[in-house]
Design a protein around this ligand. Structure first.
Ligand code: ZN
Length: 526
């Protein structure tokens, strides 16, 4: 481990959530992911605060769980998507401190459901819950080290579906849930109360190592995906930079001897004492700056295995599915002893998307509105009396969900409150933002002649809400916004390889409704 990370861990990490958040960073492999990791390290105070906020400030505990055998009850996937959207917004608008906080919060909601006690409930567990969590916290180092030393191979592959993040959480919860009963049965309460670390026997300890590996690796993969999504939203890379020892030292408020004591490994402690001594003498570190080996070295190998696996899967499937597994590093097929897919209720592939946002922001982070919202006369290919299944982005499965809450027609859908609908649907990947976006797409299809589903998806993504908006739009501005949206992951998913609408097409649409409001301007509000 890099000495700076060791110091950071020793000085600032107080809980399992802090450790997960930090220990995932060296596992991030992609260039963009490393840029994001470095930002998180620079703002580690906010990142770590975020990682604990769901427990200490929000206290929304129903969102920390996924009860697998109760139909995957629990809000973790839904709030995770919300925090992911926030993370994207902040990264897009250069609000990096806020982004670090959002990433920390997201890490909490992402990793909590990968702990068995967050995946079910029973009477015995009520007694054991706190002692077990205390034992986990107190045993963090040995459990983590066991994962590192055992060369367990963790594969955590995210899908390409719009609800990929929620899917990953559900798969993780399902994996963790298989260990639930084992953990309850094997925890040694009497010993654990006296000495937290003694609560786990060898097998329980090994099982927790697997779950740690899963949570930490999974979070690293989320950071890689997030950095990629953020950079395509920004249309430029995240800034480069890294944490320095002086930066780190300025955030440490406890005496040196206190945090030094918390560094577990003796070898590492000696190295850090030397490094720190040099820093105190010279204000810099040159001589004692070692190259980062151990964990990273091993992780690169794991990453290559994953890439090989992913390539193999790609050949078999059109789109990537969520896959997770933990096995010994020398076994051939990481999925041989697990049933990797099954019954998770994931029809997210027909969801439009959840990472896009219908609010646009300019360079300074101010929302840009292309306002005006009086409904226009019905001109488009869709009518309020049509069945909802004909609306854009809503396939038969999603339409059936709407039927179940009494919404059958396009008109009923457009009149409903997005927030209320999202609550009633209670499906993690359909947030109120998603419903609002679908309503916008549907409105456009009702009001503007000749638009295909893909066209309204692009227009809505570009911030255009209805025919009146469209009529007022400057062609070049709108075209630019459409192009920008088409490069985001949400835009790419909608297009499925097709080309974004051309300037000429956009001009044609605007002309087709220009009798409604022939004014060419873009209004911006702060
Ligand atoms: Zn929690």
């Amino acid at each position: 481990m890099k000495p700076l990370l060791s110091i950071l861990r020793a000085a600032h990490c107080r809980s399992t959530h802090h450790y997960f958040a930090i220990d995932a960073l060296p596992l991030v492999q992609t260039d963009s992911g490393q840029r994001l990791s470095n930002l998180l390290l620079q703002h580690h105070d906010r990142y770590l605060t975020g990682a604990k906020d769901p427990d200490t400030r929000f206290r929304d505990f129903q969102n920390h769980v996924v009860h697998v055998n109760d139909g995957y009850w629990g809000g973790a996937p839904r709030v995770a998507h919300q925090w992911y959207d926030r993370l994207m917004k902040y990264l897009r608008t250069d609000r990096f401190r806020d982004a670090a906080h959002a990433a920390g919060v997201l890490s909490h909601y992402f990793t909590d459901p990968m702990m068995p006690l967050h995946t079910a409930q029973c009477e015995r567990e009520k007694v054991l819950h706190r002692p077990i969590e205390w034992s986990v916290t107190k045993s963090y180092h040995s459990i983590y080290q066991n994962w590192v030393d055992d060369e367990l191979r963790v594969v955590f592959q995210m899908s390409d579906h719009p609800g990929w993040l929620g899917e990953a959480i559900l798969h993780g919860a399902r994996f963790a849930n298989r260990k639930y009963q084992f953990l309850i049965d094997h925890y040694r309460l009497d010993e654990g109360v006296k000495d937290p670390q003694a609560g786990f026997d060898h097998d329980t300890h090994a099982m927790l190592s697997e779950l740690f590996g899963l949570a930490i690796t999974g979070w690293a993969r989320v950071l890689e995906r997030a950095s990629l999504d953020a950079e395509s939203l920004r249309a430029k890379p995240l800034p480069t930079g890294s944490l320095t020892l002086p930066m780190l030292m300025s955030t440490i408020k406890v005496p040196t001897r206190l945090w030094l004591r918390r560094i577990e490994s003796k070898v590492q402690k000696i190295k850090i004492e030397k490094l720190f001594g040099e820093y105190q003498r010279t204000g810099d570190v040159r001589e004692h700056l070692p190259s980062d080996v151990d964990v990273v070295h091993r992780v690169v190998k794991v990453h290559r295995d994953e890439l090989r696996w992913k390539a193999q899967r790609k050949r078999q499937l059109e789109s990537t599915e969520t896959k997770i597994a933990v096995t010994a590093a020398d076994s051939d097929n990481p999925f041989a002893d697990v049933d990797p897919f099954a019954d998770v209720d994931v029809d997210a592939s027909e969801a439009a998307q959840t990472t896009g946002t219908s609010v646009r922001y300019d360079e300074r982070g101010n929302p840009v509105s292309i306002a005006m919202n009086r409904p226009s006369p019905q001109l488009g290919s869709l009518s309020r009396r049509d069945a909802l299944v004909d609306a854009p982005s809503i396939g038969p499965k999603t339409a059936a969900r709407f039927e179940a809450i009494g919404i059958h027609l396009v008109g009923e859908f457009l009149d409903a409150s997005a927030e209320v609908v999202a609550k009633q649907l209670a499906t993690y990947w359909i947030t109120d933002e998603t419903v609002a976006l679908w309503q916008t797409q549907t409105t456009l299809m009702c009001e503007v002649p000749g638009l295909r589903a893909r066209d309204v998806q692009m227009l809505a993504g570009a911030g255009c809400r209805n025919a009146a908006d469209l009529a007022k739009c400057d062609i070049s501005f709108l075209h630019q916004e459409v192009l920008r949206y088409s490069t985001t992951s949400a835009g790419r998913r909608y297009l499925r390889g097709a080309k974004a609408p051309s300037r000429a097409e956009i001009a044609k649409w605007i002309r087709s409704i220009s009798n409604i409001a022939p004014v060419h301007e873009v209004r911006r509000s702060a």
